[in-house]
Structures are given as structure tokens and as C-alpha cells.
Write a protein that binds this ligand. Structure first.
Ligand SMILES: *Cc1c(COP(=O)(O)O)cnc(C)c1O
Ligand code: SF4
Length: 376
């Protein structure tokens, strides 16, 4: 299996099977796969030069169907902002980090992070179907960059087998769904052979950026003993299309639980209207529950996409008023050095003592609340 580029391996597999998955392969081939492919896009000379420089720090890649969502007449297009390198990426700001959420501090063996007792992150590949400019793992993707090999997963699988407290294995990366069906099936089978593991979770942008890849073969590769949760990564309502909807429907009908995590990105989704439409349509149109809204990580060269925490808090407070409970994500910050994901919603309750609280209602009015508990 190729170490260079998982998609080549996937395409080779599909070709052996009679090329049944041609639709998504065409989508990959016709998209941006290398920096030189940017020449075919309507970029300014300045953007192109910056793109070449930025690509040294973080690869450039996007399938054609994703690029087709871009309105090239709009320099601030929210899809463009996610995948086309910007000259701003070359600016480093104080406080930015190579490992913004502390993956490495909690990595007992390569390709695994174990920060919470009951769940681990497993990295079967460091390659993706699309490279997002804001990715908080971009340094790892560049420095490690490798695809899947069976041998590379032996140490993390042994680790999981010998730690009986682990109930949930989270495939992340890289994008696990950029792997061939056969590799996914192999990984799933190895994990489900470990009796104490209960749930397989998959963090992926494939349903958004390469929805045609969500084939019956991919679904079958993931079905087995384990409960499966797929956590998608939609950041804007414009990513909700007939194709992404079909991909989510296929995953839902397979019995997988679908959640979404978004990153709060300045100029992409940092308005109440953008977040409201995204979260509402995720739930009502796709049947995908908004799970987390991540505060922008301290990724290098990303100051131009970060909001302040106060801005994020004001946005989620406004969302809370506009959207039903199930449409609201939890706004979290992933602390550097492995402090974990901490909810950032502004606290609305203040203890006054003797069982009294002062609590702000959604209408903004403060109210006294008296607790009543059985003291006996
Ligand atoms: C995000 C993350 C998880 C998953 O956290 P949940 O709150 O369960 O979604 C697990 N381990 C690490 C190291 C993480 O960064
Ligand atoms: S798909 Fe995920 S891991 Fe890959 S570049 Fe985008 S955010 Fe990073």
C-alpha cells in the first residue's frame, strides 16, 4: 500500500474491483492535488506566489466538487477561505504553537494519543482528502505526513488491547476516510477484536469535501460489532449540498450516529446568521447533531482566522436564543499542553449563598432562584 498518497491506493483498489467508484476518483483527479494545480484557478499573481510559499508548511488539496462551491467573484468566499492558501498564513503571531492542543504530550506510542482514560485518538493516516488551511494538526501532517501501513498500527493496537479502561477508539488524523475500504475494514476488525472497546468514532471531512467517496463499500467496511459514530466537519451552510446530504443519508441509514464539529473562523462563520443557518440545516436537513464549535486553535499563521473568546461567547449566547436545544453546539477551547476541551459559554449563574442563585434568563433579565433539596 502506498505510503505517499492514500488516494492512489484507494484508486488502485477500486480499479481492481472494476472501477465502481469512478465518480469520486474523477472528483479527486479534477481537483487541486498539487500546488501547480492552482494555476488552473482564477487567483491573483500575489495569491499564487503566497500559495506556493504557504504550501511548504501545509499541503494544498481539494476535490473539484468542493472547489465548485466557491464563488470566485467573491474574494471573501467562505469555502475559498478554507482551502486556498492566503498570504496571511505567512505571518506568525506570538503565542502560536506547533502542537496547539498538546497531542504529543499524551502520546505513549506513535499514532496514538491517550489523554482521557476511556478513549484514545488513533491516527491511521496523516493524509486528507482536503487540506484545511486552519488545521490544528498541520505541523504533524507536514512533519509526519505518512499514510496507512499495517505495521505502523501494531504498537497503538497493542496499547489499546493492554489498556482495559479504553472503551472508545477515535480514528482521526489525517482523515481516516481517505483510506481504502480494505484498510478501513482491517482496522475496524482489529479494533473490534479487542473485547473492552465499545464504540468506534471517526472524525472526518470526507462527507463534506469528497461526499462521493461515501459508497456502500465504505459503509460495509465500518459495519460490525461496534457502535459507530461519525463526526463530520461542516463549517458553513454552503457546504450543505445534494451531494453532502446524500453522503450523510448513506451514513445515517447504515445506523451510524452523526455529529458535527465546526471551527469558529473569522470571515467564514463568525456571524450569528452564518452559525444559525449552519447548525439549523445540519440538524434539520442532514440529521447531523451539532456537537462542538471549536474556538480557533493557536495554529501557526492563523491569526487572521481567529476571533476573540468574547466574540465567540456572544455568538453562542445569541444562538442559544435562536435555535432549539438539539441544534446548539457546545463552544469549547482545546487547551494547549493537553488541558482538554473546556466549554467556554459565559456562566449565567452566580451563587448568592444559602441556596440562592442569581441567574440570567435568555431574555437577559436576571432572576433569583431558590434551590430546594432534601437536606435529610
Ligand atoms: C477531542 C479529544 C477527544 C474526544 O473528546 P470528546 O469530548 O469525547 O469528544 C479525546 N482525546 C483527545 C486527546 C482529544 O483531543
Ligand atoms: S481534514 Fe481535518 S486533519 Fe485534514 S487538514 Fe482538514 S482539519 Fe486537518
Amino acid at each position: 500500500m502506498s505510503n505517499e498518497f492514500d488516494h492512489d491506493a484507494v484508486a488502485a483498489d477500486a480499479a481492481r474491483d472494476g472501477g465502481r467508484d469512478a465518480a469520486w476518483q474523477d472528483d479527486v483527479r479534477a481537483g487541486v492535488r498539487h500546488v501547480r494545480d492552482l494555476d488552473a484557478l482564477p487567483l491573483s499573481a500575489g495569491e499564487r506566489a503566497a500559495a506556493v510559499q504557504a504550501a511548504a508548511n501545509h499541503k494544498v488539496r481539494a476535490p473539484k466538487s468542493y472547489l465548485d462551491l466557491i464563488d470566485w467573484n467573491d474574494p471573501d468566499d467562505p469555502i475559498r477561505a478554507q482551502v486556498i492558501p492566503s498570504p496571511d498564513e505567512l505571518v506568525e503571531t506570538d503565542g502560536e504553537l506547533d502542537d496547539p492542543i498538546g497531542d504529543h504530550a499524551y502520546s505513549p506510542v506513535p499514532r496514538l494519543t491517550h489523554r482521557h482514560a476511556d478513549r484514545v485518538l488513533l491516527f491511521p493516516t496523516y493524509q486528507c482528502a482536503v487540506y484545511c488551511r486552519f488545521c490544528f494538526r498541520k505541523e504533524s501532517l507536514t512533519a509526519i505526513g505518512r499514510g496507512y501501513t499495517r505495521a505502523a498500527l501494531e504498537p497503538p493496537l497493542d496499547y489499546i488491547a493492554s489498556h482495559t479502561e479504553i472503551r472508545e477508539v477515535i480514528l482521526t488524523g489525517g482523515d481516516p476516510l481517505s483510506l481504502p475500504d480494505k484498510a478501513l475494514e482491517e482496522i475496524r476488525a482489529r479494533i473490534e477484536a479487542i473485547a473492552h472497546v465499545r464504540l468506534l468514532r471517526i472524525h472526518t471531512r470526507v462527507p463534506v469535501a469528497l461526499p462521493a467517496r461515501v459508497t456502500p463499500g465504505l459503509v460495509a467496511a465500518l459495519q460490525g460489532r461496534l457502535m459507530v459514530t461519525v463526526v463530520t466537519h461542516f463549517n458553513h451552510a454552503r457546504e450543505i449540498t445534494p451531494a453532502t446530504e446524500a453522503a450523510c443519508r448513506t451514513l445515517r441509514q447504515a445506523g451510524f450516529v452523526l455529529l458535527n464539529q465546526s471551527v469558529l473562523l473569522k470571515g467564514v462563520n463568525d456571524s450569528v446568521e452564518a452559525l444559525e443557518e449552519l447548525c439549523r440545516e445540519l440538524m434539520y436537513q442532514l440529521g447531523v447533531k451539532p456537537y462542538y464549535l471549536h474556538h480557533g486553535d493557536l495554529t501557526r499563521g492563523m491569526a487572521h482566522r481567529r476571533t476573540t473568546i468574547a466574540e465567540g461567547q456572544a455568538l453562542v449566547a445569541a444562538l442559544r436564543k435562536r435555535l432549539s436545544g438539539i441544534c446548539n453546539p457546545t463552544y469549547v477551547i482545546d487547551l494547549p499542553d493537553g488541558g482538554g476541551k473546556v466549554p467556554l459559554s459565559a456562566c449565567q449563574a452566580e451563587p448568592k449563598g444559602d441556596g440562592f442563585w442569581r441567574i440570567r434568563g435568555l431574555d437577559g433579565q436576571e432572576r433569583d432562584y431558590r434551590e430546594s433539596v432534601d437536606e435529610s
